[in-house]
Design a protein around this ligand. Structure first.
Ligand code: SF4
Length: 292
């Protein structure tokens, strides 16, 4: 059995920096993170072990200092937290800030904002809560249900597959040919790299294992992308979930991981895969990296 790692996989710089900031701040003061800092149970358990607390909203925070997650928050949400007397720290990814600025700029220029993303995702809530009006879309039906506007300004949740985003923008243009449609590409580079590397990987594999949190949006998107090119795709959160029967008869097995998956989890999954393949773990370092 040959084992391939995607050329881009696992934790992005935004998540790494957010975790480092949370760990550093928690050394100086009791800290509550508002929501899941990242959608990965291993990372969250490690942060809890360091005394960091989690609350879904400021009202239930038990510390004076709270931290906004990597996914960002609206100005309204941060103001509400400050109004409760809380000191608000931000672990928002700089690329999520870029998306916020893009949406603000579209609105300033007179465009009706359309956000391509998941309505209930914390990043999309942060992008839209401050807006007087906006539409959130993710499907062709939702594009078709939009009301005509003279000017649409489109941006996307940073972790949406760029291919889907471009398709929806094209649909919007076709649906409203009289309207001006301005699209700002806010999908982040790490997401694009992981998506294209996952596609390249899946095209070459009999089986693909995608590692990531059960609630991680970008991990689910990686699963969906791989499934378009490889019929046997399995989403696991860690090595304990691997099943030997998944790899029966497989010649090439691929490995990729979402942007909140720690390197230690990826390495642990890879070690089990080598064991299932009946090959020594010493080959860990010789894993083939596909071209970018
Ligand atoms: S997935 Fe992209 S936007 Fe989200 S934290 Fe990572 S780099 Fe930032």
């Amino acid at each position: 059995m040959k084992l391939l790692r995607a050329s881009h996989l696992g934790m992005c710089f935004g998540v790494r920096d957010a975790i480092a900031l949370a760990v550093a701040e928690a050394q100086h003061q009791p800290l509550t993170i508002l929501g899941e800092l990242v959608h990965n149970e291993t990372v969250l358990a490690d942060l809890r072990a360091r005394g960091i607390r989690f609350a879904s909203q400021p009202a239930t925070a038990e510390t004076d200092t709270v931290m906004v997650t990597v996914h960002g928050a609206s100005e309204a949400a941060k103001t509400r937290a400050r109004a409760r007397g809380l000191h608000v720290l931000e672990a928002t990814c700089p690329l999520v800030h870029v998306a916020h600025r893009a949406v603000q700029s579209l609105v300033r220029d007179g465009f009706h904002p359309v956000i391509i993303g998941k309505r209930d995702h914390v990043e999309v809530r942060g992008l839209t809560e401050d807006l007087a009006a906006c539409d959130i879309v993710l499907t062709e039906d939702e594009i078709n249900a939009l009301h005509e506007r003279p000017r649409f300004g489109v941006a996307a949740q940073t972790t949406q597959p760029i291919e889907r985003v471009r398709q929806l923008v094209a649909l919007l243009r076709a649906r409203f040919p009289q309207s001006e449609v301005r699209f700002v590409d806010t999908v982040c580079q790490p997401t694009k790299q992981r998506q294209s590397a996952a596609e390249e990987l899946a095209r070459q594999c009999d089986v693909v294992v995608v590692i990531g949190g059960a609630h991680s949006n970008n991990t689910r998107e990686l699963v969906a992308t791989c499934a378009r090119f490889c019929p046997r795709v399995h989403h696991v959160q860690g090595p304990d979930e691997l099943r030997p029967e998944w790899f029966a008869g497989a010649e090439t097995v691929g490995l990729t991981a979402g942007t909140s998956t720690p390197d230690t989890t990826i390495d642990a999954v890879e070690r089990v895969l080598w064991r299932l393949a009946g090959q020594p773990e010493g080959q860990l370092a010789s894993t083939v990296h596909l071209a970018a």
